[in-house]
Design a protein around this ligand. Structure first.
Ligand SMILES: NC(=O)c1ccc[n+]([C@@H]2O[C@H](COP(=O)([O-])OP(=O)(O)OC[C@H]3O[C@@H](n4cnc5c(N)ncnc54)[C@H](O)[C@@H]3O)[C@@H](O)[C@H]2O)c1
Length: 257
């Protein structure tokens, strides 16, 4: 069938290079590690300079590693990383926009600085980096872009004015890139998790608010970073070559009602 070349049923990412932002902790770290287990070479970008544990892990798996610390709001740092990645690895096959901030407050109290920071990190930076990497993917014949959004981008949650708006924007950006870049063999998809038990998730949903929220999830529990990483492996793999502009929701059924 035209355009279909089969795929590895173990979802291998062998011979692929993946660039992951926010790779120093939580979901991004789990994605980078699982990608390495699936034989991808890893480029990790994070504002934290603590990428040494990940470097050791990736190299132990026999994969190549490049770690760069910087802020996703720093366009120059992003361009330097993309240029270096293409120079050293030849190409970027997979981009995961995972770096994000989750600052919440009531709509009446939310400060303008928090709004701006949230939009800059959660929506603008994924756009700028996708544009930079997208150009290199077009040159090299295609690729996969995965944006880590949130269930908060689909349903309204109290105190989430900035965060939910940013993630809803990221979901729509995903669809636009899918629409415009599908013809270049680039597939762009989002993943929208429920509360995931990372540092960010545990802080935001500790105590009573978390217990109440878990009762609203038909599956009755929050998620683990590896469960999000598994979704990313699938979307990054050749098995997902016809999935484009989708938002893969991993929420135990929270948003179905
Ligand atoms: N944990 C959850 O419950 C949950 C649920 C849905 C979606 N998400 C999304 O998943 C992504 C990862 O979240 P997490 O829970 O792993 O959080 P985390 O705080 O554990 O990890 C976020 C990473 O992003 C990095 N980062 C933050 N701002 C940055 C910047 N300006 N430049 C470069 N790096 C920066 C941090 O240093 C950190 O390593 C975020 O986009 C978040 O919105 C998280």
């Amino acid at each position: 069938m035209s355009g279909f070349n089969g795929f590895d049923e173990n979802f291998s990412l062998a011979n692929k290079t993946a660039l992951i932002t926010g790779a120093a902790s939580g979901i991004g770290l789990a994605i980078a590690k699982m990608f390495a287990r699936k034989e991808a070479d890893i480029i990790a970008f994070d504002k934290s300079s603590d990428l040494s544990e990940l470097e050791k892990y990736v190299k132990n798996k026999g994969r190549l590693f490049m770690g760069i610390s910087g802020d996703v709001r720093d366009k120059k740092a992003l361009q330097t990383m993309v240029d270096k990645a293409v120079n050293d690895f030849g190409r970027i096959d997979i981009l995961v926009n995972c770096a994000g901030v989750g600052l919440i407050d009531s709509a009446l109290e939310l400060r303008e600085e928090v709004w701006d920071l949230t939009m800059d990190v959660n929506v603008k930076a994924p756009f700028i980096l996708s544009q930079m990497v997208g150009k290199t993917m077009i040159d090299k014949g295609g690729g996969k872009i995965i944006n880590i959004a949130s269930q908060a981008g689909i349903v309204a949650l109290e105190k989430h004015a900035a965060y939910s708006t940013s993630k809803a924007g990221l979901i729509m950006l995903t669809k636009i890139l899918a629409l415009e870049w599908g013809k270049y063999n680039i597939r762009t998809n989002a993943i929208s998790p429920t509360v995931i038990l990372t540092e960010m998730g545990e802080k935001a949903w500790a105590g009573e608010v978390g217990e109440r929220s878990k009762k609203l999830i038909p599956a009755g529990r929050f998620g683990h970073p590896d469960e999000v990483a598994a979704c990313a492996v699938f979307l990054a793999s050749d098995a997902a070559n016809l999935i484009n502009g989708e938002n893969l929701v991993i929420d135990g059924g929270y948003t179905i009602t």
